[in-house]
Ligand binder design. Structure first.
Ligand code: G1P
Length: 291
């Protein structure tokens, strides 16, 4: 029987250089979309997909993430004394049961593949998810839940995919497609950030993965790829053939919050989706549209 996906790895060690200067003193994963940090959206998505154990691969300067997922006794007490139940509720949610969140550090920024490799002992011998918090997905059914459902049908490895403009293939892991039924894609190859002329397709990997633990055998080589970094995509490419490997065209809208324009677009979209903010934000957007 296929094992359940119980653990999720969140690589959060990145320096966030695209958001300097703000990321000089705060993790990029704590940047807010409306009033919640990016990392909270990703953790909520994981929990809604049935994940029970959260593994953060952090780095220096990321302590705010640990504090965020801990109780804040002072704040709790003050809010309770003042009868601010609504606010109290907002700070309670992301706190998981003691022992269900673990942290390990990526001591050197050697790439995404290396960050994932750092979680090997914590993941052990079971399928696991990886979520990149920069990729924020608005969906009726959380993207990872859609993938867990596919994993239940197909087993093997599953990645979330989306079509990108040809000129953007050098920003993503790109699929070489064996077959495609419009929703599920059978993958026969993967290339990290190819030039548009070399790209085998325009189907790109979005930051959601369900991988089998065999990935760690390949990651252990520490082989460097494009940009001199240890790339997760390169090790995933070596997994192809042994077990099924599928891409899922997920239902939903993905925002690239690692990019300034994408980050602001996400803020507008998520604010518009909030009933209490919708009208106000819509009139601001309209006012700028006519300037
Ligand atoms: C990483 C992966 C890439 C993937 C992308 C999704 O790239 O290496 O394969 O397509 O995330 O966001 P990064 O954005 O870290 O450069």
């Amino acid at each position: 029987m296929t094992k359940r996906v119980r653990k999720a790895v969140f690589p959060v060690g990145g320096l966030g250089t695209r958001f300097l200067p703000v990321t000089k003193a705060m993790p990029k994963e704590m940047l807010p979309i409306v009033d919640k940090p990016l990392i909270q959206y990703a953790v909520e998505e994981a929990l809604e997909a049935g994940i029970e154990e959260i593994i953060f691969v952090t780095g220096r300067g990321k302590a705010a993430i640990e504090d965020f997922f801990d109780h804040s006794f002072e704040l709790r007490q003050v809010l309770a004394e003042r009868g601010k139940d609504f606010e109290l509720n907002t700070i309670e949610f992301p706190v998981l049961e003691a022992g269900s969140i673990v942290y390990t550090r990526q001591q050197e920024p050697l790439g995404l593949g290396h960050a994932v490799w750092c979680s090997r002992e914590l993941v052990g011998e079971e399928p696991f998810a990886i979520l990149l918090a920069d990729d924020l997905i608005m969906a009726d059914t959380p993207c990872l839940k859609q993938m867990v459902d596919v994993f239940g049908e197909t087993g093997g490895n599953v990645v979330a995919v989306e079509d990108v403009p040809l000129e953007h293939t050098d920003r993503y892991g790109i699929l070489d497609v064996a077959s495609d039924d419009g929703r599920l894609v059978e993958i026969k190859g993967l290339v990290e950030k190819p030039d548009p002329v070399d790209a085998p397709s325009t189907l790109s990997i979005i930051g959601r993965y369900i991988l089998l633990p065999e990935i760690f055998d390949y990651l252990s080589d520490w082989k460097k790829g494009v940009g001199g970094e240890i790339q997760l995509t390169d090790s995933m490419a070596r997994l192809i053939g042994d077990k099924p490997f599928h891409g899922l065209r997920f239902q939903g809208t993905r925002f690239d919050c690692g990019d300034k324009a994408g980050f602001f677009e996400a803020n507008i979209a998520f604010a518009l989706a909030r009933a209490e903010l919708h009208n106000q934000i819509q009139s601001i957007v309209d006012a700028y549209a006519t300037r």
